[in-house]
Structure formats: structure tokens, C-alpha cells
Write a protein that binds this ligand. Structure first.
Ligand SMILES: [Zn+2]
Length: 488
């Protein structure tokens, strides 16, 4: 474990013996309770079992097989049947919601741990091992889902089982939801549970281990990112139509020219600069680590009012730019029907990542204004590919300042496991199931407590793998973290 000062003068052996007598968790040298050999064996068995159940959205995959297997573990461990719910809109996409009841009547709303249990398809021919076989090799666990996110699923199932075994009673309910179709498919479990069974998943806030984590650089922890808000994904279909004609008789009106003129206006346009409570905290932390002109510019955007010149300079870097504003970019183009005909249709897809606090419809109207051509239509394309004249008016909540009761224990435990690592809230540009809770007004924090080398991100890719040591640390993290959140 870690080389930190021993917090007590009681020798390690005596402390262990005492812990055994009192049925208390063992304490590592740094004071963090660590999983026993038996806990680890169970955690490994759960991880293996989940990896070896194919939960892809394909004819071979079945989410329900995995959730039923976990349901059995909870019932066998003595969880009340009333607290273990298997439910969903499709027989093959059943979600599992497990509740660990508070002692007495709680003052606070529950904490929800949200874990998708489906994985992205993986082909045996692309991999060096069978993606649906749990293989331990050279200090790694290999298999589809070892990074995304059966590692966290297994660690949290084990955490709930272990807390129950130890007779732990939280001060508020702790809920674990294992859900379907985050990666794709028609039965997103998180969305369905929020819409249809809000009572089962209603919470003060959500912990979603599907994002965030500890970044390693040659084994050295650099930063621990916590996703504290995320942008909203939206596609728009932009169309120019024309009566067409023979290409030997061109006219000034032309669907391709009209569309590309509009797209070039978009290329030159920037949505307004914005900061929210999360990105402000992120940039404050980054200013402490950066040097030179970048540091000066970051300080200048944090000032009141922010410096537009500094914002413009930093925006040249795409990762900064995406943190500053809604972005919209042309991603596909389709036009014309013959080499010798004037185009009758020209169509583009514009993909937007919307800053929290704005609705897709607000952005659609802004695109119409930017294009400034009433002959063009700008329609919304849903995740299912349905095209409509207007976009949803709902918006993700502008995130509250990172909640102290989450960040205090998260930071403390992270620093016990990875000493000296700064913990930074970030705005995610990708999308996770947290968005359904954000729409419902429930804040969500993304943190996997998984340490990965920067260049070893293999989620959705081939030969997905997780360092064995990372798994044990995340297990220890979630045990202490769940106890800390449950004690409020
Ligand atoms: Zn994921």
C-alpha cells in the first residue's frame, strides 16, 4: 500500500487483531480500510462473472442475464426482496435497483450510485484474447467492460454486499442502479427509471462512475478528474432545396452554394463565452498548475468581467474552447443527384455540444439566425434519428457549485490512495447517463476512482484492460466513500 505516516502507535499486527475481534474493517498503514483477502476474492469473482456475461446490444447480448445474476447475489446475502428490484421495459433489458436502508428515518434524501451494465460490441477476431472471457495476464484484467464499466459495477456490488455483511446501517438510504443501454439500444435504463420509477431512484445527488478518474503518467498520478456537469449532445439537419435544372444552364440560385455559404458563416461564428460553477472551479485549479502566458490568460478570464482578449487567445486551443461555450460543427454533407444536373437538395448535419443551461431549441434558433437565410430549414435530429421541425425546450441544469459533502470525502480518500493528486471538477464534453438526472434537476458527479495511464484508454476499443492494482484501489475507494456519504 502507500507509504504514508502510520497514524497510530499501535503496531500493525495488534491493530489487525483488534479489528478482527471487533469485526471492524482492517486499516491500511494510511488509515484507510482495505478489503480483506475474502472481500477481494468475492470482488474478483463478481468482476469475472460480469465480464463473462455478454451485455452488448446484439442478438448474443443480454443485460438481464447480468442483472439477474447480481440480484441473486443480493438476495443470497440477505437483502430484503422489497429492496432488490428487477425491472425494465424489455425482457432482455431489465435493470436492477438495490436499496440499502437507513437506520431509522433519514433526514437526507438517498445517494444513488448509477452504473450502466451494458458494454460495446467486441469481436473475437479483433482481440488477442476472447473479449467475453476474464483473463488475468501481466498485472492486468482483460475483457470487454474492464474499463467501461464492469470494473465499477463489480466494485459497487461488492461494496454493497460487504457493507451489508458487516452490519453497516447508513444514516440515509444508499441506492445502486445497474442499468441497460447506455452504450446504445432502445431501452436506456437510466432514462426509463427516471421517467417511470422516479421513487426508486430519487436522490439528493448521483454518483456515476462512468467518467472521471485518476490520470497516470508513467505510474505517477497527475490529476483526479470528477465530472460535475456535462454538455448536451444535439444534431441538426440543415437543408437547402432548389428546383434544379440542367448543369449547362447554371443560375445564381444553387442549393450547394446556399448551404455552403451558411456553413461558412457557422465556421466563422462563436457562441458566447460562458463559465459556470464547475468550469470556474476547474480553471481556478488549472491556473495553479499552468505557467507563463496561459496562466495569465486563465486568470484574466476568471476576473470580473472576463477579458475577451484572453478568452479569444485560449479559445484557439480546442479543449479550452469546448469548455467556454456551446460548439456546433458541420460533420456530414450530402448534395446533388447527378454530375450533369443542378442540385435539387443539399443537406448537412451540424453536431452541437450545448453548454448546460441552454435548450436544444434555443440553439436551433441561434443557428437559424447565424445562417440568416430563410430558404434554409434547420431541423432537429433525435438520438433515434427522428427529424422534427423544432428541438426539445428542456435544458440540463446549470450545475451547482460542487457539493462539499461529496468533494470533501472524495478528495480525502483519493489523496489517501494517490497522495498529492489534485482533485478537479470538470465539465464533460461527451455524454453519460447523468444527463437524464440533470434534466430531472438532480446533480450528478462522475468519478470512477480508476487510475489509468493517459495512453492506455481502451474503453470501446480492442484488448480493453485494467491494471489489477487499479481495481483493488477503486474497491477500497468505494467502500470508504459509500460509508462517508452514508454517514450524512
Ligand atoms: Zn460507459
Amino acid at each position: 500500500m502507500l507509504h504514508m505516516p502510520v497514524p497510530t502507535l499501535v503496531p500493525r499486527l495488534a491493530a489487525s487483531a483488534l479489528a478482527a475481534c471487533l469485526a471492524l474493517p482492517l486499516l491500511a498503514e494510511d488509515g484507510l480500510p482495505t478489503a480483506s483477502a475474502a472481500d477481494r476474492a468475492e470482488a474478483r469473482a463478481i468482476f469475472k462473472q460480469l465480464i463473462e456475461i455478454n451485455t452488448t446490444d446484439t442478438p448474443k447480448g443480454n443485460v438481464t442475464t447480468a442483472t439477474v445474476a447480481m440480484q441473486k447475489r443480493f438476495l443470497d446475502a440477505g437483502f430484503a426482496a422489497d429492496d432488490v428490484h428487477l425491472l425494465g421495459p424489455d425482457p432482455r433489458k431489465q435493470n436492477l435497483v438495490v436499496r440499502m436502508r437507513a437506520a431509522g428515518s433519514p433526514n437526507e434524501k438517498p445517494v444513488l450510485f448509477l452504473c450502466h451494465i451494458d458494454v460495446v460490441e467486441a469481436l473475437r477476431s479483433d482481440w488477442h484474447t476472447d473479449p467475453f472471457e476474464f483473463v488475468e495476464k501481466d498485472g492486468y484484467y482483460y475483457g470487454r467492460g474492464t474499463q467501461d464499466m464492469k470494473d465499477s459495477d463489480a466494485a459497487l456490488v461488492e461494496t454493497f454486499l460487504r457493507l451489508h455483511r458487516e452490519g453497516y446501517k447508513p444514516q440515509r438510504d444508499l441506492i445502486l442502479a445497474l442499468t441497460a443501454d447506455e452504450e446504445g439500444g432502445r431501452f436506456n435504463g437510466a432514462q426509463w427509471l427516471v421517467d417511470q420509477h422516479r421513487d426508486l431512484v430519487d436522490a439528493a445527488y448521483v454518483i456515476n462512475p462512468d467518467s472521471g478518474g485518476v490520470e497516470l503518467d508513467h505510474g505517477r498520478p497527475v490529476v483526479a478528474d470528477v465530472e460535475a456537469t456535462e454538455k448536451v449532445y444535439s444534431d441538426f439537419q440543415v437543408t437547402a432545396v432548389n428546383r434544379g435544372g440542367h448543369s449547362s444552364l447554371p443560375r445564381p440560385d444553387n442549393a450547394i452554394y446556399e448551404l455552403t455559404l451558411a456553413l461558412n458563416k457557422l465556421a466563422a461564428y462563436s457562441f458566447p463565452f460562458e463559465l459556470n460553477e464547475v468550469t470556474r472551479t476547474y480553471f481556478r485549479s488549472l491556473a495553479g498548475r499552468e505557467t507563463g502566458p496561459i496562466r495569465a490568460d486563465i486568470k484574466a478570464i476568471l476576473a470580473t468581467p472576463p477579458s475577451p482578449e484572453a478568452a479569444a487567445r485560449l479559445s484557439a486551443e480546442p479543449s479550452f474552447n469546448s469548455n467556454f461555450r456551446t460548439t456546433c460543427v458541420a460533420t456530414r454533407l450530402n448534395a446533388g443527384h447527378a454530375n450533369n444536373a443542378l442540385p435539387q437538395t443539399a443537406q448537412a448535419n451540424v453536431n452541437c455540444r450545448i453548454f448546460p443551461g441552454h435548450s436544444p431549441e434555443e440553439i436551433r434558433r441561434q443557428l437559424v439566425a447565424v445562417f440568416g437565410d430563410p430558404k434554409l430549414t434547420v431541423k432537429y435530429v433525435s438520438d433515434e434519428g427522428v427529424v422534427s421541425d423544432t428541438a426539445p425546450a428542456r435544458k440540463a441544469i446549470a450545475p451547482p457549485a460542487p457539493i462539499k459533502e461529496v468533494f470533501e470525502p472524495l478528495t480525502r480518500i483519493t489523496q489517501q490512495l494517490w497522495p498529492g493528486t489534485p482533485v478537479t471538477p470538470v465539465m464533460e464534453n461527451g455524454a453519460t447517463d447523468s444527463i437524464y438526472f440533470s434534466w430531472a434537476g438532480i446533480p450528478s458527479y462522475g468519478y470512477s476512482a480508476i487510475a489509468l495511464e493517459r495512453d492506455d484508454e481502451r474503453a470501446h476499443g480492442q484488448d480493453e484492460r485494467l491494471p489489477v492494482d487499479s481495481y483493488w484501489k477503486s474497491l477500497d475507494f468505494f467502500y470508504s466513500f459509500a460509508r462517508a456519504l452514508g454517514s450524512k
